[in-house]
Write a protein that binds this ligand. Structure first.
Ligand code: ADP
Ligand code: MG
Length: 250
C-alpha cells in the first residue's frame, strides 16, 4: 500500500520548500525540504526558534498557503485549499471582541453550514467541555487571558476536527495559567474526551513539548527543516491519569 493512503495517516508533507521574494532577484528560503507525517491518535510537537518557519508550516498544513515546492496530502488526497477536518488555535487567541463567547465559538461551525439549533448545542457542549460553562454571554474583554484561550480552543473543538493545530497556544499566558490550561487539555486527551484525533502543537518551550507530545520534531533555522525527531519514552509524563499506568505505580 502506498504510504499516503496507509490507514491512520492523516497528513503527509513531502519535500516542502517555501520561499518569499526579496529585493534584487534574491529569495528568502523559509522552509527547505520539510517532511512531516501525522497519524491518528498522536500528539506531535514542533519545536524551534522564532523565525524558523513553524507558523509558515502550519499554514501550509492547514491548506492556507500553497508551498513553493513539494506536496501536501490529507487522507491520501492532494491539498488544494483550506482543509476541512483541520482546526487552528492561535497564540493571540484571534477572537472577535464584539461577539460573545457563544457567538465566537459558533463561528467555528458557520463556515460548515451547520443549522442554527445544532450550532448552539454544539457550541454549548464545547464551552462546557473546556471549562467555560456559564460564560456563554460574556465578551472577550471581560475574560482573563487563560479564559480567552479557552474560547479559542472551544471554537476549534466545536468542529470536531481530525487534526488540531496549535500555534504557541500558551505563550501569551503567564506561567501558572499556561500550566493549568495545558494540564486540563492533557487530562481531557487522556480521558478520551477531546473531540480530535490528533494534535500538532508548535512551541519553543522544551518542557511543554516533553510533557505533552508523543513525538517532537525539532526544527532548525535558516532555512527551517526537521533536523531531529525525538520520541518521548513510556511511561509518558502525560499518562499519569491513565488507569493502566496508575496501576503500575500504585
Ligand atoms: P516562526 O513561526 O517559526 O516564528 P514564521 O513562519 O512566522 O516563523 O516566519 C519564518 C520567516 O519567514 C521569518 O523570517 C518571517 O519574517 C518570514 N515570513 C513569514 N511570512 C512571510 C511573508 N508572507 N512574506 C515574507 N516573509 C515572510
Ligand atoms: Mg510563529
Amino acid at each position: 500500500m502506498d504510504q499516503q493512503t496507509a490507514p491512520g495517516i492523516l497528513l503527509d508533507v513531502r519535500n516542502c520548500r517555501q520561499s518569499y521574494p526579496k529585493e534584487a532577484n534574491s529569495e528568502l528560503v523559509v522552509l527547505d525540504d520539510v517532511n512531516v507525517t501525522l497519524r491518528e491518535g498522536e500528539i506531535v510537537g514542533l519545536l524551534g526558534r522564532s523565525g524558523s518557519g513553524k507558523s509558515t508550516l502550519l499554514r501550509i498544513i492547514a491548506g492556507l498557503l500553497r508551498p513553493t515546492r513539494g506536496d501536501v496530502s490529507w487522507k491520501g488526497a492532494p491539498v488544494r485549499g483550506p482543509v476541512r477536518g483541520v482546526a487552528m488555535v492561535f497564540q493571540s487567541f484571534a477572537l472577535f471582541p464584539w461577539l460573545t463567547v457563544q457567538e465566537n465559538v459558533e463561528l467555528g461551525l458557520e463556515a460548515q453550514g451547520v443549522a442554527r439549533r445544532e450550532r448552539e448545542e454544539r457550541a454549548e457542549e464545547a464551552i462546557d467541555l473546556i471549562g467555560l460553562g456559564g460564560y456563554d454571554g460574556a465578551y472577550p474583554k471581560e475574560l482573563s487571558g487563560g479564559m480567552r484561550q479557552r474560547v479559542g480552543l472551544a471554537r476549534a473543538l466545536v468542529t470536531h476536527p481530525d487534526l488540531l493545530l496549535m500555534d504557541e497556544p500558551f505563550s501569551a499566558l503567564d506561567v501558572l495559567t499556561a500550566e493549568t490550561l495545558r494540564t486540563d487539555l492533557i487530562d481531557l486527551w487522556s480521558e478520551g474526551k477531546l473531540p480530535v484525533k490528533s494534535i500538532l502543537i508548535v512551541t519553543h518551550n522544551i518542557e511543554e513539548a516533553v510533557l505533552m507530545c508523543d513525538r517532537i520534531l525539532v526544527f532548525s533555522s535558516d532555512p527551517g527543516r526537521v533536523a531531529h525527531e525525538l520520541r518521548v519514552p513510556f511511561p509518558h509524563p502525560r499518562n499519569r491519569l491513565d488507569p493502566a499506568f496508575r496501576k503500575m505505580v500504585d
